[in-house]
Structure formats: C-alpha cells, structure tokens
Design a protein around this ligand. Structure first.
Ligand code: GH3
Ligand code: MG
Ligand code: MG
Length: 461
C-alpha cells in the first residue's frame, strides 16, 4: 500500500466515524472483536468527537426518560403496528438494493415516511420504539450488523431528538389535542406540519453534519453536507408520511396501498441511479470501458447505415506514475477526476468520454472525419496540458498539480478499420506511436503525424 492511502478520511469523506477509528479502514468490524466493549472502535475516537457523541446520546436518553410515562392507548398500538409493518415491508423490499448501493442512508431517509407519520400519530414512547426497531432492522438487513455500532446508536439518538422536537412543535400548536394528524387542519395545521418537518430535519441533519465535520477537520464543510438530492428525498418522505398519517386515521384499510406506493416510488427512484452507476466509472464519473465500447459499436453501426464517419481518440496521461509518487495516489485520483471533467468540457455534448483503464481515457466523436478529428484531438490534448487541479498531498497540504501532458492516438471509421475492434486497435497503435515519438502529442492511425511537441523540434514534420 502506498502512503497516499493512509488517510481514509479522504477516501470516504462522508462516512463519519469510519475515518477516525485507528485501523478501521473499511468502517466494518468483524466477529467477536466488536462484542468486547473494551475494543469498541468508539473509544478510539478523538476526545471532542467522543464527548459530542456521548452528549447527544445522553440528551436522547433524557428525552426518552421524560416522555416514557405518557399514556398509550389501544388505537395507538394499532397505528404503531401498521407503521412498523410499513417500515418493515419497505426495508425488506429495498434492503438488497440499498446494500448494493452502499448508501443505506438512502433507505433511512425513506424510512422517514413511517417515522414522520409516527410523529403525527403516536405518543412519544411508541414513537421512540418505532425509531429504535426501524433502525435496528435496517442495521441488520442492510449492513448485516457490520457497520460501526456507535454510528448507528448516534443516528438513533439524532432521530429520537428530531422526532420528539417535532412532536413538541405539533403538541404546542394543537394545544395537546391528539392525534395531530386529525387535530391540525387549515392553514395553521399546514404551517405546523411544515414547521415540525423542518425541526425534524434540522435536528437530525445538523447533528449528523456536525459529527462529520468534527471527524473530517481537513475537509471543507461543504463536502460534509452531502448531496442536495438526499435532502429532497427526505422532504418527500416527510410529505408522504403526513399523507400516510391522515389516511391511517380516515381509511386505515387503505394503508397497504400507501405501502405499495412508497415501494414503487423508492424502486423507481433507485433504478435510474442503478442504471447510471452500472455504466459509469466511480472514480471519474465517465462511462466505464464496457459501456463506452458499446457506445462505440452503436455509433459505428449508425455511421455504416448512413455512410458517415466516426472518430475515436485514445488518450494516456504521460508519466502519471510521477504524480502518484510525488503527491500520493489520492491526489492522483483527484487529478484523474480533473482530467475527466476537462475532457468532457473539451468535446461536444454528444461526444462520449470513457475511462478506458487506469489513466487512459477514450472518446468517440460521431460524424468527425480526419480533418475535424485532428483539431478535436489537439483540443483534447491542450485541455490536459492547460489543466490545474487542486489536490491534497501526502502531508495533507493543498497543492496544485499542473503541467500534465497526454499522448493521444486517433483513428477514423471507416478509414482505419471496418469494425470496432479494428478501429480501437488502430487508435491504440497510434497512441503507442505518440508515446514513442516523445509524448505530449497526437498521432493519427496510419502513421500520419498530427502534431509534435515544441520540445521535440527534430520530429516536427
Ligand atoms: P507513460 O504512460 O507516459 O509511459 O507513463 P505512466 O507513468 O503514465 O505509465 P503507465 O501508463 O504505464 O502507468 C500508469 C500509472 O498510472 C500507473 C499507476 O501509478 C497510475 N494509475 C493507474 N490507475 C490509477 C488510478 O486509478 N489512480 C491513481 N492515482 N493512479 C493510477
Ligand atoms: Mg500513462
Ligand atoms: Mg497507461
């Protein structure tokens, strides 16, 4: 392993708590190790983080203790059972999906459908029980109990605090008339539910973001906020939860319809993400090599049918190993991402950029012949050499990587080959030529020189 991989916090910046347990590279613990309290990764957290976690958890326990004696009726138990059924079926149905995505937080956002309905229907003791059971279920089904326990306990604490605060808001506005989903109507009711939703969200999100920021001190706060779409998903889940609560009071027998609706929406939301994820390279966001090759095949078929041309560029960064050696592999990865973005900017919207291998990129440019392709190849090469990418080096100091160069091999269908394999082989051979010609240049298949770098004047044709 290279030194660059030691700072796990940069690899997985948003997985708080994962980053600080010494030796806990993946965030998972195994077997009996985690059962022994003395060896809990929790104790290896830095003092301030540990103090923060324990404070939030103590507050949650106090909040539960203050509300545990509030009365619970038979109807409450019925609603509790229905909400638990909803969250259980929901999680069972999507646990496989979420495990694959390794984004189980997503499922927890959607569990908020049932939890927020609980805020509108249940007294605090049952609300807390619903949160704990839902979370333990998700921990078991999605993570198979392998995620760090202290993270899960902290998440439960934030949800308990958020839910009880939202409950308190509704309780105050309705002057204690329950269930809130029936008592709160009209514009005031609407505003009360929105206010409760905001309180639920702010407490939850704020407490978790603070934990991420504390454990990733070297990262900009913005990076700890997570994707905005997650927050949108949570807002949608709370809106849906309000609907669930009203339906459960007015038409309890319609509840299964809502379970099906939530499941269908969840799956519908995830499928496009899956499709994109299966096509793209995680490190750069470009098309992966397999899908890119399929796109090339499609373009060649179209060109064949219409009698047109299609150009293919293969690009290999020059001496990229030196970047890794000097700045570390994580910085190297950031540079790859920067190059990927620059390549996308350098070509037209319908040109397809893929990551062919480690630091090799591939671009298919439909409709381009030899002349146009030469300028496109040059634009692409220049985009790399003009690039400056901010990175963190091995000492976590911010540096700027510039002066990168790339060698480009180009081939045009049908001039240099009659099918995909022939075109790719021709472009690869041209790339090899560009490397042997001194790098930082573009070569066309068939030995045609397009450009040589100014520092190799003897090779300019
Ligand atoms: P040249 O192509 O000019 O001959 O030299 P090079 O140093 O780029 O050599 P080569 O293409 O043979 O090696 C590619 C190097 O790119 C090896 C490895 O250090 C680096 N590399 C490959 N994949 C990755 C990656 O995903 N991340 C990082 N950081 N580095 C990678
Ligand atoms: Mg290289
Ligand atoms: Mg290479």
């Amino acid at each position: 392993m290279t030194p660059g991989y030691h700072n796990v916090s940069v690899v997985r910046p948003l997985k708080w708590g994962v980053t600080v347990g010494r030796g806990e590279h993946s965030g998972y613990t195994r077997g009996s190790r985690r059962l022994s309290p003395g060896r809990w990764p929790l104790w290896s957290l830095p003092g301030p983080v540990l103090g923060y976690l324990l404070t939030v958890e103590t507050l949650a326990v106090l909040a539960i203790a203050c509300t545990i004696r509030l009365p619970v009726t038979g109807t409450h138990w019925l609603w509790f059972g229905l909400l638990l059924l909803g969250s259980t079926v929901h999680l069972e149905a999507v646990s496989g999906i979420d495990r694959i995505r390794d984004l189980a937080e997503g499922s927890v956002h959607l569990l908020s459908v049932w939890l927020f309905a609980g805020v509108l229907l249940l007294p605090p003791p049952l609300l807390c029980l619903l949160i704990v059971l839902g979370y333990v279920h998700s921990w078991g089904r999605v993570y198979r109990f392998r995620a760090l326990a202290h993270r899960k306990v902290f998440s439960i604490a934030t949800l308990v605090l958020g839910s009880l605060a939202a409950y308190w808001v509704l309780h105050e506005v309705s002057s204690g008339t329950e269930p809130f989903a029936a008592a709160l109507d009209g514009p005031v009711g609407l505003l009360a539910v929105i206010a409760a939703g905001i309180v639920y969200w702010m407490i939850n999100y704020g407490l978790v973001v603070a934990a991420i920021v504390m454990t990733n001190g070297d990262r900009p706060v913005r990076a700890s906020l997570g994707p905005a779409t997650d927050q949108l998903m949570l807002a949608g889940a709370m809106g849906m939860g309000s609907g669930v609560a009203v339906v459960m009071i007015a038409r309890p027998w319609w509840t299964p319809l809502l379970i099906v609706t939530v499941l269908a929406l969840h799956t519908g939301l995830l499928m496009p993400q899956f499709r994109d994820a299966s096509r793209s390279d995680a490190k750069t966001g470009l098309f992966d090599a397999v899908f890119w090759a399929k796109l090339v095949g499609d373009e060649l078929d179209r060109s064949r049918r219409l009698g047109g041309t299609t150009a293919v560029l293969l690009l290999d960064l020059d001496h990229f190993k030196r970047v890794n050696d000097e700045y570390g592999h994580l910085a190297g990865d950031m540079v790859l991402r920067g190059v990927a973005d620059a390549l996308k900017r350098a070509v037209r919207g319908h040109d397809r950029v893929g990551r062919y291998g480690g630091e090799e990129f591939a671009i298919v440019l439909p409709g381009l012949g030899i002349e146009d392709m030469a300028s496109a190849a040059e634009r692409v090469r220049a985009a790399v050499s003009g690039l400056s990418v901010p990175v963190f080096d091995l000492d976590r100091v911010e540096r700027v990587v510039s002066g990168l160069t790339a060698s480009v091999g180009a081939a045009v269908f049908p001039v240099h080959g009659a099918d995909r394999t022939a075109i790719l082989v021709a472009a690869d051979a041209a790339l090899y030529d560009a490397k042997t010609a001194g790098r930082d240049c573009t070569r066309l298949a068939g030995e045609t020189r397009l450009r040589f770098p100014s520092h190799y004047p003897d090779q300019v044709s």
